[in-house]
Design a protein around this ligand. Sequence first.
Ligand SMILES: [Zn+2]
Length: 224
Amino acid sequence: MEIIPKVHLIPGITANPYLIIEPDGLTLIDAGLPGSHKKILRYMAGLGYAPKGLKRIIITHSDFDHIGGLAALKAATGARVFASAIEAQAMVEGHASRPLKPRSALTRLLFGLMAGLFKPAPIQADELLSDGQTFPVLGGLRVVETPGHTPGHISLFSSSVGILFCGDSIVSEKTGMRGSTGANNWDQAKSDESVRRQAGLGARVVCSGHGPVVMDAAGKFPQI
Ligand SMILES: [Zn+2]
């Protein structure tokens, strides 16, 4: 599903993966739950791209619903994988990048079940990302460190296009955008600070890891 020219949301996958099309190849942001690689490759094929057309995969953070399809995708495409140092370490070790904080025995049980059910294959990133690094896509797609949901969470922002890919640092819901909160949020103060930082970027389109894409985003950021 094309959001704006050159940017697609690949539908039917948890969490939302975004595909960016440039003349030199494709860039994917996040890789969905385990098994999502098939849907991603099918979507690329629908646009006329062979698996080798995928040049890079950028990971916002290492939660299982963002890196589940990553190992299989890398094997099928040869794409280079980019992540922050903290998230890359968790990806290699095959666990979440921060402890979860279940408030009840039931949530604890649920987290345990999901971690077992959706365990992503460990994978090594090819390059580590830090704040300010820029990819040659969408007129310059800049890494913005947005810790809080996880310690090494990053977002990606193109000022020329006005588009922000915010992973789980901002959740989009029918009622609007909200910051990351709750049992899977690593640090609330850092989370809030990251939302404020992103609200100041001037993004017109916000692409979150969960929920609908937000168009005309100015003025719609959570007031924290
Ligand atoms: Zn997450």
